[in-house]
Design a protein around this ligand. Sequence first.
Ligand code: HPA
Length: 237
Amino acid sequence: MIPTAHIEVKEQEIIAKTVLMPGDPLRAKFIADTFLENVEKFNNVRNIFGYTGTYKGRRISVMASGMGMPSIGIYSYELFKFYGVENIIRIGSCGAYTADLNLYDVILASEAWSESTYAKVQGGYDKDVIAASSKLNDKLEKIANDLGIKIHKERIHSSDVFYRENFEEYKDIYKNHGCTVVEMEAFALFHNAKVLGKNAACLLTVSDNLVTHELTTSEERQKSFTNMMKIALELAE
Ligand code: HPA
């Protein structure tokens, strides 16, 4: 069954058991260039770059997911189902729904709430909350603690829409569903892990605050996301 429609790898072994997934292909490249040794690039299809390398001597892969649930839905499904990948950790940015969260705070998703139909259409799952892997979350919490990096464990909102006509609706989602931040991929990733018997987690860095309207620049983001990446990279095996 390999190579698949969206990943041009002929041997499973080229991809590590644990894959970090930023949304942006250039962030995948940045992580490989900055943190990994013995790097091998394994994917170029649609410029969704994927790399395998070593971190402190242990293997790990990093591959972009693209933006949104349809996109991460495709890539994570192929990695889990056809390439023997066991763990995918999304590393991304999020908007905060509460003034209590500051720019650059690191969030660990306990679970994702979504109004998306992804899980229902993909596998008949008709609830709107899916948990992250507790096994991965326990490891990530311990790593963050050992590194002295504070993380906030939160229920997150996975949204299909970045630009809502009624911007203020985020307040209802915060109030009615308890989501404190918004991103656009985790719910589909967690669903795929669940139906395929694999593990998924999601670490996010706050890049904007919907209450205070604070924003980061893309240059600031690149630098400040280092904390989140260092936590995730420690999962290399
Ligand atoms: N909305 C959705 N996804 C995001 C946001 C946002 O405000 N910020 C970063 N990712």
